[in-house]
Design a protein around this ligand. Structure first.
Ligand code: DC
Length: 220
């Protein structure tokens, strides 16, 4: 049974890698950031961002979140993105969501012989004994450009494009800092992770690098 842990910064290519590995090896894949995003989304939707019991409210939403609800494009807005990073600092919420991730991994391994998770603390906390650990990153500017392209905005004036890119870079820098400097389960590479910089490589090249590592180190 194979566990593959993928961690890294936003827009580094880790999600695309997770999906491609899932197609290649037929193992279930979970983008664990979506769990934090779903809780943030529910907080915004129910107008409870300023509640005094913010952590408890997050835990209540975290307890009832199901994997089926995670395919929703509303979970990708900038507001949800910022709030997800903020609430991800709550230890009690992390405990609840960690248990869900571990259950997903155990069930997937039993049923399909393997599992792929991507996030911020997969190799360090969720799957510390994963067979393969990857830490994916890229320069801030390249990551922001990828996000801008995903937004698919055509006919943007050159100055507006520069301004949007700058905003995306500022937001990403802030989120990278929050995710990597928090006390609990910060975004850091596991000691035994393969660190890959995707600044000048495309998703296919990344897949090739990663599958070579996996296939050259399979025990059977
Ligand atoms: O991967 P993402 O951008 O969708 O994640 C959104 C936020 O969720 C991210 O800024 C930090 C948090 N997160 C986390 O703390 N731990 C994880 N395993 C996954 C995401």
């Amino acid at each position: 049974m194979i566990e593959i842990a993928i961690d890294g910064t936003a827009a580094s290519g880790k999600g695309t890698l997770g999906k491609k590995l899932s197609e290649k090896y037929s193992f279930p894949y979970l983008d664990t950031g979506m769990l934090y995003r779903k809780v943030a989304y529910e907080l915004i939707k129910s107008n409870k961002i300023n509640t005094e019991k913010l952590e408890q409210t997050c835990c209540d939403f975290g307890t009832i979140v199901t994997f089926k609800e995670l395919k929703n494009k509303n979970l990708r807005t900038e507001d949800v993105t910022k709030l997800a990073s903020k609430i991800a600092t709550f230890p009690n919420l992390r405990k609840i969501l960690n248990n869900k991730q571990k259950k997903f991994n155990n069930l997937s391994k039993k049923k399909y012989g393997g599992c792929i998770l991507d996030g911020r603390d997969i190799g360090t906390t969720i799957l510390p004994n994963a067979d393969f650990k990857f830490f994916i990153t890229a320069s801030l500017e390249v990551r922001a450009k990828r996000r801008l392209l995903e937004k698919n905005i055509s006919f943007l004036h050159e100055n507006d494009e520069k301004c949007m890119l700058q905003n995306l870079m500022n937001n990403m820098r802030e989120r990278d800092n929050q995710d990597s400097k928090r006390k609990i389960s910060p975004l850091v590479p596991a000691k035994d992770a393969h660190i890959i910089d995707t600044t000048i490589i495309n998703p296919e090249e990344l897949l090739l690098i990663v599958t070579n590592i996996i296939e050259n180190n399979m025990s059977c």
